[in-house]
Write a protein that binds this ligand. Structure first.
Ligand code: CMC
Length: 427
């Protein structure tokens, strides 16, 4: 043990090893804490807990850095495609030309949905949220593809099946919700192009994939592809650690993402901006409400557990938003409200003192609106993007010899031993 931390309890010293990450992050290794001292570490919501060693994504919340497998997010957004980035996250390297062609072919081959799955859509109530439907359908994939063989080639096929089918499921849900015929991908289009085609093609006005919109969608999904140990990824690692099958595990990730504090924030932002517009609310009043401790309203799309500066993804998506709106000559009144809200919040001492900046969800909904995606599908769009990250993290967790079943401890604060009281004697 070259460098260690010393913990002193009742005068007795315990040495705990120090772990250093490659980018200088520091951790105290407490894996032997309970065994050595009888104590556990108390860290509700895990804000100070490193749950794994990972080689997938690096984030620096103070400097606003995000890299996948070492490559800055800015470079990937500019030069890469979502499929290539997915490969990078899962396999740890960029694909060569041959590999890229192969996975694009497989993504098309695996894109069909079993006809029996289509009946699922009809059996959900019409008001069912698309995230609930997606989570249930991904879980159900296990019944249709029970063979998950633990060899590399078969696993690759399972990953690609998931990435491909989730896209079909989302587009199909949209078509069915509108009462339109469903459409399967065309080999002429890329992964993103095909999603747009499946969403918007119809027999009356054939859809032509616009390269700018396709690029915007690639960027949107690249920016969402991984974000290290966030709420849904932690759920995936925890559920996966119990050796649940990968479909059930990813379904758990989708459910975790649904929450408004996590992926559900992109839908909440648009709901908030619409409310400001429709009710003609004053921006200063909205900011006042967000600061009021007696009110549980929060400025949606602001703040982050890790970023204490501008979210690097938000910077890119904001530029993308400007580009798409101006190129398509869209005058979205919600953008003006968002800009004013951001400017007012960033110059407010409350937001400054707490380092609250826009996160990716603040502007991403405006990009999705410009593409034509309905608001209730925004979090589904996030889920499609996050899928490669969940798969990569699941895989890394499954291969890590230090990982056992996730099982936190607690500090019990309830009644101490008390006797059972028969019902007649209870007060
Ligand atoms: N509006 C007003 N106040 C806020 C906000 C906000 N959006 N976010 C944090 N605060 C305050 C919070 O009240 C707390 O104040 P105090 O110290 O006086 O109690 C302080 O800032 C720290 O907040 P926290 O809740 O302890 O921070 P957290 O790390 O637990 O939560 C968060 C992070 C993202 C859940 C939170 O900032 C939030 O609720 N933001 C709005 C929802 C949102 O945009 N979520 C999307 C996150 S990015 C997409 C993703 O990757 O999931």
């Amino acid at each position: 043990m070259s460098k260690y931390a010393v913990l002193v309890i009742d005068g007795k010293e315990y040495k705990l090893p120090i772990i250093n990450g490659v980018e200088g992050e520091k951790a105290i290794d407490i894996t032997s804490l309970r065994k050595k001292t009888g104590y556990i570490a108390f860290d509700p919501s895990f804000a100070n807990t490193g749950s794994c060693k990972s080689s997938i994504t690096y984030m620096n919340g103070e400097k606003g850095i995000l890299r996948y497998r070492g490559i800055p997010i800015e470079q990937l957004a500019k030069h890469s495609s979502f499929v290539e980035t997915a490969y990078l996250l899962i396999k740890g390297k960029l694909p060569n030309n041959e590999e890229l062609i192969r996975i694009n072919v497989l993504l098309n081959d695996l894109s069909m949905l079993h006809e029996d799955m289509k009946t699922f859509y009809q059996n959900f109530p019409s008001k069912a949220h698309p995230m609930g439907i997606l989570s249930a359908m991904v879980n159900a994939l296990r019944s249709f593809y029970p063979e998950i063989v633990d060899i590399e080639e078969s696993l690759d096929r399972t990953f690609l099946r998931l990435i491909s089918k989730v896209r079909t499921m989302a587009a199909m849900a949209y078509k069915i919700s509108r009462g339109h015929a469903t459409i399967y991908p065309s080999p002429d289009y890329s992964y993103c192009g095909n999603f747009l085609y499946m969403m918007f093609e119809n027999p009356v006005i054939p859809y032509k994939v616009d390269p700018d919109i396709e690029k915007a969608l690639n960027v949107f999904w690249i920016l969402h592809a991984d974000h290290e140990q966030n709420c849904s990824t932690a759920a995936v690692r925890v559920v996966g650690s119990g050796k649940a099958n990968i479909y059930a595990t990813i379904s758990a990730g989708i459910s975790a993402l649904w929450g408004p504090l996590h992926g559900g924030a992109n839908q909440e932002v648009i709901t908030m901006l619409k409310k400001i517009k429709n009710q003609n609310l004053k921006i200063s009043d909205v900011i006042k409400k967000a600061k009021d401790k007696n009110n549980n309203f929060r400025l949606m799309g602001f703040g982050h557990r890790v970023y204490k500066t501008y979210d690097p993804r938000a910077k890119i998506i904001k530029q993308m938003c400007d580009l798409i709106l101006s190129k398509n000559k869209i005058n979205d009144p919600l953008l003006d409200i968002a800009l004013e809200l951001e400017e007012t919040a960033l110059s407010d001492s409350y937001f400054q003192a707490k380092n609250l900046y826009p996160n990716i969800d603040f502007y991403s909904g405006l990009v999705l609106r410009a593409i034509g995606i309905p608001t209730n599908m925004f979090t589904v769009m996030f889920a499609i993007g996050r899928l490669p990250g969940w798969v990569a993290q699941w895989r890394e967790n499954s291969l890590d010899p230090d990982i056992r079943i996730s099982r936190p401890r607690q500090i019990y604060m309830g009644n101490s031993t008390s006797d059972y009281i028969p019902i007649k004697e209870r007060p």
